[in-house]
Design a protein around this ligand. Sequence first.
Ligand code: BGC
Length: 758
Amino acid sequence: MTQASQTASGWWVKEDSFSPNDYRKQESLMALSNGYLSLRGSFEEESIKLGHAGTYLNGLYEFHPLQYGEKYTGYPEQSQVMINLPDPKSVNLSINGHTFSLDEGKILEFERYLDIKTASLARHIVWESPSGDQVNIESIRFVSATYKHLACLQYKVTALNFSGAITLTSAIALDRQNLTREQDPRVGVNFEDASWRISETHQHHQLLQVHGSTTLSKLKFRCTLANELGGLKTINTAFEQTAQALCLVGKGQIQAGETLTLTKYMWYDRYEMENPVAQVESIQALGFEALKAEHEAWWAKSWEQMDISIDGAEPMQQAIRFNMFHLTQAVGKDGYTNISAKGMTGEGYEGHYFWDTEIYMIPFFVYTNPHIAKQLLLFRYNTLDKARERALELGHKQGALYPWRTINGYECSAYYPAGTAQYHINADIAYAIRLYYLVTGDKLFMESYGFEMLLELSKLWMDLGVFDPEKAGAFCIQEVTGPDEYTCLVNNNMYTNAMVKSQMAFTLQCFDLGLQLSPSTQALAENFDRALAQRIIERMFLPYSERLKIHAQDDSFLSRPVWDIANTPRNKFPLLMHYHPLTLYRHQVCKQADVVLAELLLSDQFSLEQKKRDFDYYAKITTHDSSLSTCIYGILACELGDMEQSYQYYIKTARTDLDDFHHNAKDGIHAANMAGSWMGIVYGFAGLRWQQDTPVFNPALPPAWTGYRFTVQIHDMSLQVSVQADQVEYALLTGSHLTLKHKDQAFTLTQGQAKVMQ
Ligand code: BGC
């Protein structure tokens, strides 16, 4: 499928012709998930061997031993890898002895569409077998938003011009495996042994079940598949089992005009329940249509809370909805799982969770579905003990150090310069706690979880940093890596230091919130050295060049030669795939926003003139090889009044996956960037910032648009903001009263009230 045929429309991603070359990318884009169970958007038919079919459970991983030529203390022993499980959506069709595949016969009609609004994937095919028999095949599936263990699929075959034998097989495919490592460090692992094994299989009426567990991590899973076959006068069913699949085979005679329908209720659990068979049977009794209606109602409610409408730019409208859809479906919603960098749409980055969650995705959830944002923070709370353990392992005497990348809470990064050394993860988590509290006012969260985390996060910096006599006693943080992964192991990364300063200030503020603490958090608070925290705030070192009047990304950054981006051939990007890391580290070249990101997140701490100088300098040396970058530059460009440049960044951000700008959507979507496209509108064009406790908007309209409208949740209230060329309307849809600012004009809205500002 070509990009052009991906019809621009707000609610659809559509293919109207079949292109094998784009198939693997489309599997990612059309993946469906509910944050627990995920199915890549592969065709159902086992006979079509293309791409990489994937079935994943959030938080279900296999250990993968990490190999080092030289291994030192504190290197993680093993990684956790999200694994590709048995595939319950598998189907095979044959008519009059011919199996439907792409190698035989002809595709006469093809259409596939991802319905973003209802989170379902439908396909229409008319196939002619080598002997001229034509069938119409309609399939539709969804991963239930209301029953997290459930996915449903309906597959309908209509005989168009013949009567004859039909065989429709429904299977749980057992031959799935993870991708093996390709020439890209960002994708795949080579497991020596199978990552999982099947321990039991069962067949019962029209139901199939497999029990299995991962080989090294010993995590159990169970897949139960209930089938319904209907529409023909008689259909005979039989079970078959091979090493590749557990199957229910249905055979019958179909008459021209008749339709055979297979409905599959696919249920995955991790032994959370006694009897999944009874569960599936009771769910099945509700029927496909009722389950689909419930699923759609959940999505309708979510769209009410989060939708953004854009007038005058269809491709951007499609992109923002597509991005919000992926984020909402991918996120773990139980406090024990998180959101993978690739959103469980592919195996890139092994399914790991990164700082992407706190700095990019939590803002989206805080403002659209704060309950989910809380679950993401609870994931960090639930892994706090592991972070405490990790801090000790790395030689710190106190505090907690969160892993750079993880699934279960333990560090997985094998390459420490661009992994473990990114200590800013701690400050990122603290930042997300502060944002969550600011936007929701959820004091109970702070009492039960937030403050305890903040104290531990802050104690770590007290242990790590030093008041450096060489820098007039300024507080310095040595040997860390900031967000920019093309500059590693530096002293005083500006982003890290600025974020730590803000974290310390917030930690101290929390002492004055009157929090009711548990005895253990109370004890922690009493032992916290507030005077030291205060001194750190006052003396935090932020590297600055008097010569250039800009912030230096770190102590030695500006002493390095500047990388000649303009004369680097296009085929050498991303640079990480073509140059030794040291070559990159020795130059002034950035993979992604670093100083500029700090100036967005801590917006009120830097003057506009300073931001402009920093922006202009770093924009020239940033490659945006990381997808976490253009959104941040776009927002800053807007704040600096350069709408033209901002919009160019925005296009790159919003359509990163739909247009595959990074050429790797086949391995999964870029979830942080997707959240960045939401920030691009709300923080960028609408200019949302906070002045103390007041949200402030400073809206602008991209010239290509005639208007846009979005809703944000603030303190349990729903605020709708509609921006047009000559006016902005603020409406309080729910909630008693909210004080906000339009530029420098403050006003209060009461429930149902709207105010138009010029
Ligand atoms: C970026 C990191 C990011 C990771 C996962 C890398 O390319 O440099 O900042 O956390 O991808 O998205």
